[in-house]
Design a protein around this ligand. Sequence first.
Ligand SMILES: Cc1ncc(COP(=O)(O)O)c(C=O)c1O
Length: 220
Amino acid sequence: MTVWDVGGVTTYGGTGSNTTAMMLARENIAPGTMHQGVSDATRMHIVVPAGIGHYSVKSALGWIGCGGRIIEVPTRGYRYDLAALERTLRQRQGEIMAVVAYTGDSRTHTVENLRAVHDLTRAVDPRIWLHADACWDLMCAFAPELAPKLAGIEDFDSVTVDPHKVMDIPYAMSALLVRDPASLRLVSSYSGLIMQEDFAFGQSPRSSAPRNGPPSSCGR
Ligand SMILES: Cc1ncc(COP(=O)(O)O)c(C=O)c1O
């Protein structure tokens, strides 16, 4: 087993995890953008439920160079109106890189109908990245009577969870979990300076330097 089999990364907060998820969505729809830059942002819209989406997703789109390409879909009872979602996905086919669903949105704490959103999205366009912002409610997984609320989340491409929100952890701690561990390679970069092995714990630029001088090339 290596670090590439873990299936997630920790970040400083839900904002960081959601941003990483949006980067994955971007690289998934347009591989190589990380190196070449965004060439066609019209393919990089994100669908969110109207009125309950968290601002971090919109900010993320700006930070990763896609512009504020948010498509808001009407809701019913703080979940996607599934007919409206299907209409949007069909009308905007080819323009959408991700659908975001809330597993406990920050205002109402409603858990999305994840199975239905998954099945609908995959049926219209299987290339769309499915992200569940479960900052609050992935914790339902720990309670047998609440876990069924999460049905379908296992098929989402990425899931954000924030132990610092509901687990009383006194420091910033978020995780982005991915369905396919290998997908994290889409946004990874490699530095010969300190990452010469998968578990290079404790290695520093000094200890990785050749004995008779500094590393010849930094950030390679
Ligand atoms: C649903 C949701 N997503 C994302 C975030 C952002 O999390 P953080 O403040 O840890 O960056 C929050 C924060 O409240 C949230 O409620």
